[in-house]
Design a protein around this ligand. Structure first.
Ligand code: PLP
Length: 219
């Protein structure tokens, strides 16, 4: 009984439909399989089903699960989608291919230093606090242009934006806000949408959707 293949087929069909409706090429939307808290067997099943792009929230957890898998699957791409503390920057730069949660100056400075030191540069996304929620990480929309310029001055290449809209609200205006912001800054990688709302996110221009429970089941 291969549940991942079944849920994956349903998700891929929804991605394709949403992408066609948004008149973008289905291949232009990447499914980031959010494997946080999932055991190795679940990730191995996802790999067997053909998935190669994974998202993890915690550096430590990813470090226990992924180095061995990356050795087995050289085309595996690992995204950090949770907060990054500066004392974990060295480990994160060594392990992740994409860091989606660049959310403050101190982290940008630490990343710039560590990328130079290791000669390894993960792709970077700025996390945007689209709902301007005080308890949430991310740069407020009005400050993103300035923060981007600061990052570039530090020598960082920024590929895109990531956001987590406020809970229990229609995410559509927040998705639209992130897309408008990315376009205005010439950033092409737009990470938004999770299990509950990825079709809406694609309708608003997501290039990467981060899906956990719809793929792996409840955590
Ligand atoms: C857990 C998580 C997801 C996946 O959420 P699901 O609702 O399980 O699809 C996506 N993005 C971030 C930042 C997360 O922490």
């Amino acid at each position: 009984m291969d549940t991942i293949s079944t849920s994956l087929a349903a998700i891929q069909q929804k991605i394709m439909k949403a992408a066609l409706q948004a008149s973008c090429v289905p291949d232009s939307v990447t499914l980031v399989s959010v494997s946080k808290t999932q055991p190795l067997e679940a990730i191995e099943a996802a790999l067997a089903a053909g998935l190669r792009v994974f998202g993890e929230n915690r550096v430590q957890e990813a470090a226990t699960k992924f180095p061995a898998l990356k050795a087995l699957y050289p085309d595996l791409t690992l995204h950090l989608i949770g907060p990054l503390q500066t004392n974990k920057v060295a480990e994160a730069v060594g392990l992740f291919d994409v860091i989606e949660t660049l959310d403050r100056l101190k982290l940008a400075q630490a990343l710039a230093k560590e990328i130079k030191k290791q000669g390894r540069a993960p792709r970077l996304l700025i996390e945007v606090n689209v709902g301007e929620e005080p308890q949430k990480a991310g740069i407020p929309p009005k400050d993103v242009a300035g923060f981007l310029a600061t990052c570039q001055d530090l020598g960082l290449k920024i590929d895109g934006l990531m956001a987590l809209p406020p809970k229990a609200q229609d995410p559509a205006p927040f998705f639209a806000c992130l897309k408008t912001l990315a376009d205005s800054l010439g950033l092409t990688h737009i990470s938004m949408g999770m299990s509950a709302d990825f079709e809406q996110a694609i309708a608003h221009g997501a290039t990467h959707v981060r899906i956990g429970t719809a793929l792996f089941g409840q955590r």
